[in-house]
Design a protein around this ligand. Sequence first.
Ligand code: AKG
Ligand code: FE2
Length: 339
Amino acid sequence: MSNLESYPPVFRQKNNDQTQMVDPNGSSVKDFQKYYSDPVPLIDLQRMNLEKFGEACKDWGLFRLVNHGIPVTLMSQLQGQAKKLFSLSFESKQRVFTSPVSYFWGTPALTPSGAALAPQNINWVEGFNVPLSQLSQFQAHADPMLDSFRVLLEEYGKHMGRIARSLFEAMVKNLNLDAEQSESNLSESTGFLRVYRYPKLSEANEAAAFGMEVHTDSSVLSILNQDQVSGLELFKQNEWFQVKPIPGSLIVNLGDMMQAISNEEYMSVKHRVKVNKNEERFSICYFVFPGEGSVIRSSKYKPFTYSDFRAQVQQDIKTVGFKVGLERFKISADHEQAS
Ligand SMILES: O=C(O)CCC(=O)C(=O)O
Ligand SMILES: [Fe+2]
């Protein structure tokens, strides 16, 4: 089967008209790595330097994680299996990925699947959505390829939960938060994985094409395992930086919930994914959230749960067309609305 048949039809046209996909921030990427060594802070999970860790959370909202304890073989087997599954035909992917796992394309998040969207409005990405706590219900037993994918995802998911918990505990300690009260602000049972393939976009204007548009994650934190094809960029001090792929390391970024939990000591970092002209890009991203009903309390935001936040985001996407995010829960924003 040709690679083209594995793509959703909307990604198959040869002359992709990307003229309307403009860079919303209008700035060019400074290829930092060309001039300096990798500027992204490096955190060693097994020998954590709390001070350096705190600075990375404050100044960057993103860091590279090494010594994370995930076997190299697990990481490469998972990437390999994901690549194989993406190369199945579009129709097979729609058929075999059934609840609780789902297959999507064109849009990563809360908006409907890209099938109905015009090509210039879609994100150049397809993916599998994997809610980890329901993975045992995924009917994969009849197909050895799917079943081995399920086993790898389960194993990988356990590592993600372990890493997220230990990073969260270190943040709670650094922020001097009450450990008992904050405990439920992160719940491993909410964790899910998104496995992505970003098709290459050979004949388009690469500089203006997005695998994923600028956004912040809604999570407490997100842990990204990217392959060796670059594409991820983060926005810091009015500039876009490439987050270089370095084998064996993970990228952790803080999400909106952590910004609120930390009372804005830490920031939810803006990032985006560019598509590549010559190569497809694969990545596996883990997202984790506060527990069901767990209230986030801080002085800058009114108390809210993640369900409140998600409902607001979904409503905003329907009514204003994009995620407004934390602004909706800010105490100062409330006062302004009232006056
Ligand atoms: O694939 C990536 O590198 C990042 C994905 C991402 O930002 C997301 O899923 O929120
Ligand atoms: Fe993201």
